[in-house]
Design a protein around this ligand. Structure first.
Ligand SMILES: Nc1ncnc2c1ncn2[C@@H]1O[C@H](COP(=O)(O)OP(=O)(O)O)[C@@H](O)[C@H]1O
Ligand SMILES: [Mg+2]
Length: 245
């Protein structure tokens, strides 16, 4: 199989060994205003994500997986508790600093992709790198094209999201999350819209990136099968985590 993206990866990744917990949650709580009363979705979660590992959180629909991932990814402020990214309290940073840190070090694959509809697949993937590196489109285009090729989307570069299937949009979203070679990727149901063969391919890519670049992955999913690539698996239920393996 053609592996254009993997060929661009450095052989010896530079890994900072000093901070071995890349992301940490301390007594996280999140409630939402309901029609009658508050809905407590996250009810006291502590979690340490070790650098260089693949961690999975498994739970049924509605158990708060997406909410937890948004809290951990610096996208939604917890009601109580804190999120530490490499030891830095994420929500004590200004909005601007947090956004910069996110773009530089953290990739996020949204459950519903959040691709920009007016941009092509290639432009969606290139955008985070243009913002971070302040590079022109032409200089980052090749890398983005290689990523799309890796995800079997080489012939979809110029398609807009509304011209792509759910599974294809999901893979574009994955390519976008990987574009800045993040230290950690948070994935919300990354195989949710893929047939089993394509889903397996995505899982293999994650394992490969984990092995070659030491990229950390935190995956939330209702699909138990995804847990097989994880070194540690948690179950989420009633707003709390329980270690499974
Ligand atoms: N912005 C919000 N306002 C109110 N309720 C919300 C909001 N976001 C999520 N919820 C509620 O939180 C619960 C968990 O949602 P979610 O995190 O999406 O679960 P999962 O990803 O596990 O399916 C659901 O009951 C959902 O309705
Ligand atoms: Mg969800």
């Amino acid at each position: 199989m053609n592996r254009p993206y993997l060929e661009t990866l450095p052989e010896r990744p530079s890994v900072r060994e000093t901070v071995d917990v890349i992301l940490e949650a301390r007594d996280l709580h999140k409630s939402f205003e309901g029609p009658a009363e508050e809905i407590q979705v996250i009810r006291g979660i502590d979690l340490k994500v070790p650098r260089g590992k693949i961690i999975a959180i498994v739970g049924r629909s509605g158990t708060g997986k997406s909410t937890l991932l948004h809290l951990l990814g610096g996208l939604q402020r917890p009601s109580e508790g804190s999120v530490l990214f490499e030891g830095v309290d994420f929500y004590s940073l200004s909005e601007e600093k947090r956004a910069h840190l996110r773009n530089e070090k953290l990739g996020f694959v949204f459950q519903f992709y959040h691709l920009l509809p007016e941009l092509s697949a290639l432009e969606n993937v290139v955008l985070p790198a243009m913002i971070l590196r302040r590079h022109a489109f032409s200089s980052v285009k090749k890398e983005a094209a290689a990523l799309l090729e890796e995800l079997d989307l080489g012939d979809r570069e110029d398609h807009h999201p509304n011209e792509l299937s759910g599974g294809e949009q999901q893979r574009v979203a994955i390519a976008r999350a990987l574009m800045n070679r993040p230290d950690i990727v948070l994935c919300d149901e990354p195989t949710g819209n893929l047939d089993s063969k394509t889903g397996e391919g995505i899982l293999r890519l994650m394992v490969m990136l984990n092995e070659t670049l030491k990229t950390t992955f935190l995956i939330v999913t209702h699909a138990e099968g995804v847990a097989k690539i994880a070194s540690k698996v948690f179950a989420i239920q009633d707003g709390r985590l329980e270690e499974k393996q």
